[in-house]
Design a protein around this ligand. Structure first.
Ligand SMILES: NC(=O)c1ccc[n+]([C@@H]2O[C@H](COP(=O)([O-])OP(=O)(O)OC[C@H]3O[C@@H](n4cnc5c(N)ncnc54)[C@H](OP(=O)(O)O)[C@@H]3O)[C@@H](O)[C@H]2O)c1
Length: 296
C-alpha cells in the first residue's frame, strides 16, 4: 500500500501560515488584495471562483469580485484589467478561464501586469521559470512542488516523467523539476509519444496531467514510484446521487497498491492550487512593498 499525499492537509498547513503572515502584514498597514474577474456564467468557473473567494476570506485576503456578463467585449475586459493594473490597492489579478467564446485569453494574459500575475501565466513569469529564476509560479505546478517538498520526497537525480505539456500544467512542472534545486531528470510525454507505457514505467516520479479519466493504470507504473495525479475529470457514477464523481488521470485503486506515494482526487492537487494562489497573492503584496517573498 502506498502513502497518501493529502493536498487537503498540506494546503491547510500552508493556509494557516499565510493567515499568520496576512495578520503581520496588516499590522504594517498592508492588506493583501486579489481582484477576481469572472466573465459569463459557466457553472464550473462559478464554483472555482466561489472557492477562491472563500479561501481569501479564511486567510484574511481582501477579494474584490468583478462579475461580468458573457457579452463583455474584449476591449472592455482589457480596460478593466488595465484599471486594476494601475490600482495600487490591488496586489493580484485573477481572470477565471475559460473565457466565453469570442474573447481572447492570451491577450488578457498579456494585459495583466507581470507584477500582479498571481496565476503565473504571463510570458515574463513563464520566462523567469525557464531561466531558473522563478517569481510567480503558476498555481498548480507550484502546488505539485509543495506536495513533494512537504512529503519529504527528494527529487534529485530522480527519473521523472511528466504526462502532458500544457502551458498551464505539464510544461512548467517539467521545467521547474529539471531546474537547479529540484534537479530531477525529466521526460515530457504528450499525445504523440511512442511507447508511452515503456517510458512511464521507468519513472521514479510520475506526474499525470492529461485530462483523461483514469488513463494511467498499474502496468504503466514502476513499483515504488511516487505518483502525482493532477487530473480532475467527471465520470458517470450511477451509485452517486449526483450521477457522477470526480476522478483523476490515474486509476487510483489499482495504482495505489504499486506506488510508494500517491495523491488522491479529490483532495489532492486541487486544494493545493487554491493555496498557492493565496501564496502568490501574499507574495505579490510583499514584493510590491519591497519585501522578500515567503518561503513555504
Ligand atoms: N488540480 C488542479 O487544480 C488542476 C488545474 C489545472 C488542470 N487540472 C487538470 O489537469 C488535467 C490536464 O490539464 P491541462 O490544462 O494541462 O490539459 P490540456 O491543456 O488539455 O493538456 C493535456 C496534455 O495531455 C496530453 N495528452 C492528451 N492525451 C494524451 C495521451 N493519450 N497520452 C499522452 N498525453 C496526452 C496533451 O498532449 P498534446 O500536447 O500532444 O495535445 C497535452 O499536452 C485536466 O484533467 C485538468 O482538469 C487540474
Amino acid at each position: 500500500m502506498s502513502e497518501l499525499i493529502s493536498g487537503k492537509a498540506i494546503s491547510a498547513k500552508i493556509n494557516d501560515k499565510l493567515k499568520n503572515e496576512v495578520e503581520q502584514l496588516k499590522l504594517k498597514g498592508i492588506e493583501p488584495s486579489l481582484a477576481v474577474i469572472l466573465v459569463g456564467e459557466d457553472p464550473a468557473s462559478q464554483v472555482y471562483v466561489r472557492n477562491k473567494k472563500r479561501t481569501c476570506e479564511e486567510i484574511g485576503i481582501r477579494s474584490i469580485g468583478h462579475d461580468l456578463p458573457a457579452s463583455t467585449s474584449q476591449k472592455d475586459l482589457e480596460t478593466l484589467v488595465k484599471t486594476l493594473n494601475n490600482d495600487t490597492s490591488v496586489h493580484g489579478i485573477l481572470c477565471q478561464f475559460p473565457l466565453p467564446k469570442g474573447l481572447n485569453e492570451n491577450e488578457i494574459i498579456l494585459t495583466i501586469s507581470p507584477e500582479k500575475d498571481v496565476d503565473g501565466l504571463h510570458p515574463i513569469n513563464a520566462g523567469l521559470i525557464a531561466m531558473g529564476n522563478p517569481k510567480f509560479i503558476s498555481c498548480t505546478p507550484y502546488g505539485v512542488l509543495q506536495m513533494l517538498k512537504h512529503s519529504g520526497i527528494d527529487t534529485t537525480g530522480k527519473n521523472t516523467v511528466v504526462l502532458g505539456r500544457s502551458n498551464l500544467v505539464g510544461r512548467p512542472i517539467a521545467t521547474l523539476l529539471s531546474s537547479k534545486g529540484w534537479d530531477a531528470t525529466v521526460t515530457v510525454c504528450h499525445s504523440r509519444t511512442s511507447n508511452l507505457s515503456e517510458v512511464t514505467s521507468q519513472a521514479d516520479i510520475l506526474i499525470a496531467a492529461i485530462g483523461i479519466p483514469e488513463f494511467v493504470n498499474a502496468d504503466m507504473v514502476k513499483p515504488g514510484a511516487v505518483v502525482i495525479d493532477v487530473g480532475i475529470n467527471r465520470k458517470d457514477d450511477p451509485s452517486n446521487p449526483k450521477g457522477s464523481k470526480l476522478v483523476g488521470d490515474v486509476a487510483f485503486e489499482e495504482v495505489e497498491s504499486k506506488a510508494s506515494y500517491i495523491t488522491p482526487v479529490p483532495g489532492g492537487v486541487g486544494p493545493m492550487t487554491i493555496a498557492m494562489l493565496m501564496a502568490n497573492t501574499v507574495n505579490a503584496a510583499r514584493w510590491q512593498r519591497g519585501l522578500d517573498g515567503l518561503s513555504l
